[in-house]
Write a protein that binds this ligand. Structure first.
Ligand code: SAM
Length: 251
């Protein structure tokens, strides 16, 4: 049966590629990769010789046509990204959608995902969380995105790169306040893995005082708002309305 396997790859430590992932990558007629050179090195390490084609944000639709043709010829295809789970802040969404619409089986081969790994070790509430991914690059747009999240009580999870980590922490302090509890998870599964807990202000200071801590890849997790944000006059109008409606329901 033709299948598109969506296969997670390591986010640092190559030992995290699962035996099933290795087997399916070896058996695939075609591997659709975000960056064929990058994935080429991964395949070489595991001595996998399957054919690679590129699928990235700019050719995803044309590639979907090609992949659907291959599936109709009974082929097995694997989709990978540079690191972690495809579609998670990575290409693949429109391909997966198109393949499913065309009636073919899409099957996940789970493995690494940087934010799930970070959440599992951060010690922040993990019952309810919201994955935001990358914030906009421009300062105004970034502040606006953060402002929309200020009242959420669930844990907020962001991706960040070495270029913007300080700017992002600064923006978070501006919007969430310096005292908001947070965790920075850096270089997960790699040599310099660091998972640091503190207030946003403490984390920024710590990072500013040690340039090494600004390098690499980051997941930033921010504790949700502790209580509904009350304005100076007391509880906001919406909370009062809810209390009134509840009171009406009581016998
Ligand atoms: N698809 C990937 C996943 O499943 O996590 C995410 C790809 S996204 C383009 C890359 C971002 O993921 C990085 O900028 C960083 O925020 C996060 N990331 C990836 N690997 C990481 C690692 N080893 N440690 C911390 N963050 C990582």
């Amino acid at each position: 049966e033709p299948v598109l396997y969506v296969i997670a790859t390591p986010i640092g430590n190559l030992g995290d590629l699962s035996p099933r992932a290795i087997e399916l990558l070896s058996k695939a007629d075609l591997i659709a990769a975000e960056d064929t050179r990058h994935t080429g090195r991964l395949l070489a390490y595991f001595n996998i010789k399957s054919t690679l084609i590129s699928v990235h944000d700019h050719n995803e639709n044309a590639r979907a046509d090609l992949i659907i043709r291959h599936l109709s010829a009974g082929k097995t295809i694997a989709l990978v990204s540079d690191a972690g789970t495809p579609l998670i802040s990575d290409p693949g969404f429109s391909l997966v959608r198109r393949v499913r619409e065309a009636g073919y089986t899409v099957s996940p081969v789970p493995g690494c995902c940087a934010f799930i790994a970070a959440l599992s070790a951060a010690g922040l509430p993990s019952d309810r969380f919201m994955f935001i991914g990358f914030l906009p690059a421009k300062q105004q747009a970034r502040l606006k995105s953060l402002a929309a999240l200020v009242e959420y009580s669930c844990t907020l999870i962001f991706y960040e790169s070495t270029h913007r980590i300080l700017d992002s922490l600064q923006a978070m302090i501006e919007v969430f306040g310096a005292d908001r509890e947070a965790v920075v998870a850096r270089e997960i599964t790699k040599t310099f893995e660091t998972i640091k807990h503190g207030s946003l202000a403490e984390l920024l200071l710590w990072m500013q005082s040690d340039a090494n801590q600004q390098k690499g890849e980051f997941v930033v997790l921010v504790h949700g708002a502790s209580a509904p944000q009350a304005d100076k006059e007391g509880p906001d109008a919406r909370s009062l309305e809810i209390v009134r409606l509840l009171a009406e329901e009581l016998p």
